[in-house]
Design a protein around this ligand. Structure first.
Ligand SMILES: [Mg+2]
Ligand SMILES: [Zn+2]
Length: 185
């Protein structure tokens, strides 16, 4: 059975724009080392699932069509370097829409399980760049890794968070090292 890995998109895979969104493919840029890291995970027989809040859609900044195009190009680019994305789930809503898929809620994780079959969440990781990601991971019961390539720039900033995260590391490539060679506790 394939092992599953959950990833946030902006700030983990691609460049994060503070206070803004990736509205079209031209604005999408892969963070350093991400392509190789996802190739490694793919080769290690992980199925990679992306779970991403994209409230810019609900705010009218870009449409679902643009989002689908970005997803298609992203997957194509990754595939060229040997990385395969199994599923990409977006929540296009904002808080006031009260959607059960919007992280830190776990609707999209459950949707993934419905689509892919049983997932032992305790054995999986969620890699994200924000407190909301860490909360979402905790809410569904994954292990959590915070990377510092997005919203959060230092471990210091996580001091007063409600939930304890499992790992903080520099970027996705180093998160993948943790996933493939978990430090023994
Ligand atoms: Mg993010
Ligand atoms: Zn939603």
């Amino acid at each position: 059975m394939k092992k599953t890995i959950f990833l946030d998109r902006d700030g983990v895979i691609s460049k994060y724009y503070p206070g803004d969104w990736t509205k079209k493919w031209k604005e999408f840029s892969f963070l350093p080392g991400v392509k190789d890291a996802l190739e490694k995970l793919t080769r290690a027989n992980y199925q990679i699932v992306i779970i991403s809040n994209q409230a810019g859609v609900s705010k009218g900044l870009f449409g679902l069509k643009a989002l689908r195009k970005i997803t298609k190009r992203m997957k194509e680019e990754l595939r060229k370097s040997g990385g395969r994305i199994k599923k990409v789930y977006y929540c296009p809503h904002q808080d006031e829409d009260n959607c059960s898929g919007r992280k830190p809620k776990v609707g999209l994780f459950k949707k993934a399980e419905k689509d892919l079959g049983y997932i032992n969440f305790e054995q999986t990781f969620f890699v994200g760049d924000s407190e909301i990601d860490i909360l979402a991971g905790k809410n569904i019961g994954t292990k959590t890794i915070l990377v510092l390539t997005g919203k959060i720039k230092s471990k210091e900033e996580t001091k007063n968070w409600q939930k304890q995260l499992d790992y903080v590391t520099t970027d996705l490539p180093s998160a993948v090292e943790i996933i493939l060679n978990p430090p023994s506790s």
